[in-house]
Design a protein. Structure first.
Length: 149
């Protein structure tokens, strides 16, 4: 493996009522609140075309995650066997990138009100991508087809 290094530049931050990891649900669909995505001025033009009702995938840098962890008990359940972090959604991992599917509730300048968002306040945002339903449905169909074989 090469010793390459890459630099990520946050494009914004999450503004949320969640201020601690203990208060945050493990996944967005487990009671996560609305939050605001504050996008930095230099990249604000990248929001053009996003409207209320859009589905997005927000990529965050889970800055509170431990980067030296390679195995976890899934969902913190000690009775579960240790599992490699790449087979889980644990925030503790070598490169703690968070993946959040959200719905846009409101667009206000360079801020997006989204839900559900389980990331805590001040979590750096590293990218935003649209959900492509056609692609996602094709992925799900192929997965189900593979399981039946």
């Amino acid at each position: 493996m090469s010793d390459s290094r890459y630099t990520l530049h946050p494009i914004g931050v999450v503004r949320s009522a969640l201020t601690s990891l203990d208060a945050a649900p493990l996944q967005g669909d487990e009671g996560a609140p609305e939050a605001w995505l504050e996008i930095t001025a230099p990249v604000a033009q990248g929001l053009v075309g996003i409207t209320a009702g859009d589905e997005l995938v927000v990529l965050t840098w889970l800055h509170c995650g431990r980067r030296d962890v390679l195995q976890v008990h899934p969902r913190g359940r000690l009775e579960a066997p240790l599992t490699g972090v790449f087979a889980t959604r644990s925030p503790d991992r070598p490169n703690p990138v968070g993946l959040h599917r959200v719905s846009v509730r409101e667009v206000r300048g360079r801020n997006l009100k989204v839900a559900p968002m389980e990331a805590i306040d001040s979590t750096p945002i590293i990218d935003i991508k649209p959900v492509l339903e056609k692609f996602d449905l094709r992925e799900r169909f192929n997965e189900l087809e593979t399981r039946e074989e």
